[in-house]
Design a protein. Structure first.
Length: 324
């Protein structure tokens, strides 16, 4: 079987896009999981944090399904949605569209570049819920905002929210990737505390409307960036009084940066707009045996050198801002 693919990334959070809209590959759930595991494997021919399957939708312009590198399916992926947004908008020659995801149909659009020569797209992140039952999280607090979780850490506090996938966010002045990874692993191993697991982020305020975020992504591990985590962290920074509603928040991360705007809807509801890159790295044709999907080869590869170079400049600028 030969399958066309595009390797792309949002803030260094990288994915492989597979277009299933004409159903020419006849993929099953089992084959999607197998394909994800072989292509996302960092020791394999492509390597990524996951796969983005684009399918037809009766409710929107297209449907996005995101599979983590371990084969599990995520409710939502903000960085991946930006990549899918670009693909769909270019495929249909549009500036705006609606993408069906597991929890909601979300508006996406091409927008002004956040950095020169970097294709930029804005996506809606919703529904946003502060009810710990939406993760779910076993806790005595409702909502669980800057409250302790002794099973993870007796010193730190966490805010629990879903956007709509589950997140825990802790505010700190100093963090290390080792600590993020340790807490992330503990949170995802403790099924009594978090039956469905969770993404875990530590955010550090830098200055007004600017934060740095590092994330352990459920099903992936320590990652360069996670779009929903950056969105969740932007909201948490507002709840803690560090930043403001209705204003652009620059979110720096190990993979680069994005922008978030958080707006309130009603007394306790929120909607978030996430803006950032959708960078193509290469396209290729995957050759794989449909009966034994444990090995794949890439052929007809075409590299997007200009896009890669453009994003490297953004990542360097973000690193300099983070170091200030």
């Amino acid at each position: 079987m030969e399958i066309e693919m595009i390797k792309c990334h949002g803030s260094g959070n990288d994915f492989i896009i597979i277009d299933e809209m004409d159903d020419s590959y006849h993929l099953t759930e089992t084959s999607r999981i197998a394909l994800t595991k072989v292509l996302a494997d960092r020791k394999g021919p492509a390597g990524s944090d996951g796969l983005l399957f684009i399918q037809t939708s009766s409710e929107a312009d297209a449907r996005m399904r995101m599979f983590n590198s371990d084969g599990s399916e995520a409710e939502m992926c903000g960085n991946g949605l930006r990549c899918v947004a670009r693909y769909i908008l270019e495929r249909f020659g549009k500036k705006e569209a609606v993408i069906e995801t597991m929890q909601a149909n979300l508006a996406v659009a091409e927008t002004e570049a956040i950095f020169p020569d970097v294709p930029t797209f804005e996506v809606a992140i919703e529904p946003v819920l502060l009810d710990p039952a939406s993760l779910p999280l076993t806790t005595d607090y409702t909502p669980h905002i800057e409250k302790p979780i002794p099973e993870l850490d007796i010193k730190r506090t966490y805010t629990a929210l879903s956007v709509p996938n589950p997140h825990l966010v802790s505010i700190t002045d100093a963090l290390s990737p080792e600590e993020v990874e340790k807490v992330g692993q503990q949170a995802n191993e403790n099924k009594r505390l978090l039956p469905n697991g969770t993404n875990v982020s530590f955010l550090s305020p830098i200055e007004s409307q600017k934060i740095f975020v590092r994330t352990f992504e459920r099903g992936v591990g320590l990652t360069s960036a996670c779009g929903t985590a950056m969105s969740a962290s932007a909201l948490v920074s507002i709840l803690a009084g560090h930043n403001n509603l209705n204003e652009v928040i620059t979110v720096l991360n190990p993979g680069g940066m994005v922008q978030c705007v958080v707006r309130q809807t009603g007394d306790d509801g929120y909607t978030i707009r996430l803006r950032g890159n959708a960078t193509y790295e290469f396209s290729a044709v995957v050759s794989i045996d449909p009966e034994d999907m444990t090995f794949a080869e890439l052929n007809e590869m075409s590299v997007y050198e200009d896009e890669i170079a453009g994003y490297e400049k953004l990542a360097q600028a973000a690193a300099e801002l983070s170091a200030q």
